[in-house]
Design a protein around this ligand. Structure first.
Ligand code: SF4
Length: 290
């Protein structure tokens, strides 16, 4: 029998026949998040071992039609604001405290800031948010931090920040070797750190870190201590760190060897961070994959 997954575990980037926009109940948003996928072709400049995107499944389309993005988001906003979304499955099962629209998020099947449509889509969705008087609804960019220095990305994020924007930037490692083992990118960790300094001095940022068990082992003590050193370096460089989201694998991934860390291990890492950097606010999100 095929069941309908609970809304908070069903992050398939699809809503009925939509190509770009999708609603999810997000633990990190603590409510409803309306996602925008600007990478329907699933291309990414990272190849994270824990990525949930199954790149073996053929894509429906590769292009980004901004009129359609806007139309789809408008429909989802109307459904969210009217409450009609919560009359349909799987959202009808969502707890009342989570039935709040928290954000519109640039996320999706690749790096959103790498899409050439990023800048224009930010402008369009910010305008839509104003049309619906959604002042408190955030515009979130979930990013692997590779694109921060691009002129269009800077301009797009400036627009986001003028419209209740928030940046969730990935940092999953402290050493170049571990970074290459987990994120598998042509962009170096040194470059990512430089980009985070650049972004964090211009805008407040939230760092989002996923630690996992990969090929039978979690990150070593040396890795965690190198990671904390990177955080110290970022803070010493003058970034405005709004918070740290520490999480692990929460849903099945195409790579079977990518497994969640235990809650106790995540708590231990969080304690290590806060004992060395007491001013950092750390939110921990435990794994749900058995
Ligand atoms: S950056 Fe995101 S989309 Fe790209 S491979 Fe990593 S998890 Fe997947």
């Amino acid at each position: 029998m095929t069941g309908i997954a609970p809304a908070h575990t069903d992050h398939r980037r699809m809503w009925r026949s939509f190509d770009y926009c999708y609603p999810v109940i997000s633990r990190r948003s603590k409510g409803l998040s309306l996602g925008v996928n600007l990478n329907p072709g699933k291309a990414c400049n990272f190849d994270c071992v824990y990525c949930e995107v199954d790149r073996l499944v053929p894509v429906k389309r590769r292009d980004v039609d901004l009129d359609q993005v806007e139309d789809e988001m408008k429909i989802l906003i109307e459904l969210a604001v009217s409450g009609d979304l919560f009359k349909t499955r799987p959202f009808s099962a969502v707890k009342s405290e989570l039935r709040r629209l928290n954000d519109i998020a640039f996320s999706g099947d690749g790096e959103p800031s790498a899409a050439k449509e990023f800048l224009e889509s930010v402008g369009r969705l910010a305008r839509l948010k104003r049309q619906f008087n959604l002042t408190d609804v955030k515009l979130v960019l979930i990013t692997n931090a590779t694109g921060f220095k691009d002129a269009d990305v800077i301009s797009g994020i400036d627009t986001m920040m003028a419209n209740n924007g928030e940046i969730w930037a990935k940092l999953d490692a402290g050493t170049e070797n571990y970074y290459q083992a987990i994120n598998r990118s042509a962009v170096s960790l040194a470059q990512i750190i430089e980009n985070l300094v650049f972004a964090g001095k211009r805008w407040p940022i939230i760092i989002q870190t996923l630690f996992l068990e990969w090929a039978g082992s979690g990150p070593s003590r040396h890795e965690i201590s190198s990671y904390i050193d990177r955080l110290k370096y970022l803070l010493d460089s003058g970034i405005r760190l709004q918070g740290l989201q520490l999480h692990t694998v929460a849903r099945p991934t195409p790579e079977a060897e990518a497994r969640p860390l235990s809650s106790a291990t995540l708590d231990e890492i969080a304690n290590n961070i806060t004992s060395e950097l007491p001013d950092i606010s750390v939110d921990v999100f435990y794994g749900t994959v058995a």
